[in-house]
Write a protein that binds this ligand. Structure first.
Ligand SMILES: Nc1ncnc2c1ncn2[C@@H]1O[C@H](COP(=O)(O)OP(=O)(O)OP(=O)(O)O)[C@@H](O)[C@H]1O
Ligand SMILES: [Mg+2]
Length: 327
């Protein structure tokens, strides 16, 4: 459904040139739900705007929905639905007017637009809101309206740019259900951006991780997580024992990335659960009583940290990379 090769876009402002997307290759098959994950400014929206014909690539080529991006942009537009990061509804319009306008833009008659609209609003839990001004809808309702509008011409390929950003956890979960249903009941192919790791993990068949305009990893959530070697373990010890405890932890078979923070030692081992008894015995014979312990399976955030040297959350907050005591 999507095949992009070397797709790139740079922006020249007065002062400098920003290479927002640096030649990405993307392949998405029919029926896939693919997540495009990356921190703020990574190049997600720019890539999506290129694939949806809204922005001309500086270099590269792509076929979207079987149509060549450069030679047949109209063909691409007919086959896709797009939900922009900031939404696309006009504040002073009624829901029904937005639906009618969107339908007419795609060549439907007024009656056809309204009947298709009624079908979609029901599917997306928006029944009874037709006469409301879009500015009076809640954030979650407005996002579902954006999605309904993107579906008016029954496209088989959808691009959603951060569909759930700004929604509360319940509305996010509700929207995930709608997104899953679009795929299971309507057989659509979905390409969505997010910077929520849990979202990408639970929703997507496959994830592309973009950072600084380059794709730094690609795979199923599980295969990406398996690239992080081992479980993360955090052990609390009494004050003054942390240095010795870190040395002991570092001697466990396969232990690596040993760091200390205050009175806690964190490290990775191939299997956290089986390493625990041995660690407990070793600490015991050194006279150190463990005060707490936590074992965590790798997360997508760990993948990002392994790949880029910084956490996805740090990247968003602009924080400095964490430094390891022992590597
Ligand atoms: N029209 C533009 N002019 C100049 N620079 C731009 C323009 N659009 C995007 N950029 C820059 O390109 C880079 C990538 O931006 P983009 O919007 O694609 O990021 P993003 O991954 O969607 O981020 P976010 O998570 O914040 O939405 C950023 O550095 C941004 O400032
Ligand atoms: Mg964006």
């Amino acid at each position: 459904m999507i095949r992009a090769r070397g797709l790139a876009r740079s922006f020249t402002t007065r002062r400098r040139t920003v290479e927002a997307v640096k030649g990405v290759d993307i392949d998405v098959s029919e029926g896939e739900l693919v997540g495009f994950l990356g921190p703020n400014g990574a190049g997600k929206t720019t890539t999506l705007r290129m694939l949806t014909t809204l922005l001309r690539p500086t270099a590269g080529e792509a076929t979207v929905g079987g149509c060549d991006l450069r030679k047949d942009p109209l063909g691409v537009r007919r086959r896709i639905g797009y939900v922009a990061q900031g939404g696309g509804t006009a504040a002073e319009c009624k829901v029904t007017e937005e639906i009618e306008l969107q339908g007419r833009l795609y060549g439907l008659t007024k009656a056809a637009a309204l009947s298709r609209g009624a079908e979609l609003t029901e599917q997306l839990d928006l029944s009874g809101l037709d006469q409301r001004l879009t500015k009076t809808l809640s954030g979650g309702q407005r996002r579902r309206l954006d999605i309904a509008l993107s579906l008016i011409h029954d496209p088989k390929l959808l691009f959603f740019d951060e569909p759930t950003t700004g929604l509360d956890p319940q509305s996010r979960a509700n929207l995930w259900d709608h997104i899953r249903r679009l795929r299971s009941e309507h057989g659509v192919t979905l390409f969505l951006t997010t910077h929520y790791l849990d979202e990408a993990d639970s929703l997507c068949d496959r994830i592309l991780v973009i950072d600084n305009g380059e794709i730094v990893a690609e795979g199923t959530p599980d295969s990406l997580k398996s690239r992080v070697s081992g479980d993360g373990v955090t052990v609390g010890v009494p004050e003054g024992s942390v240095v010795v405890a870190a040395e002991i932890a570092g001697q466990l078979p396969g232990a690596h990335e040993v760091t200390t923070v205050d009175t806690a030692v964190t490290f990775r081992v191939p299997r956290g659960d089986t390493a625990m008894p041995e660690l407990l015995r070793a600490l015991d014979s050194a006279g150190i009583a463990m005060t707490s312990v936590q074992v965590q399976r790798p997360t997508l955030d760990d993948v990002f940290l392994t790949l880029t040297g910084r956490s996805l959350r740090d990247a968003e907050e602009g924080a400095k990379p964490k430094e390891a005591v022992h590597a």
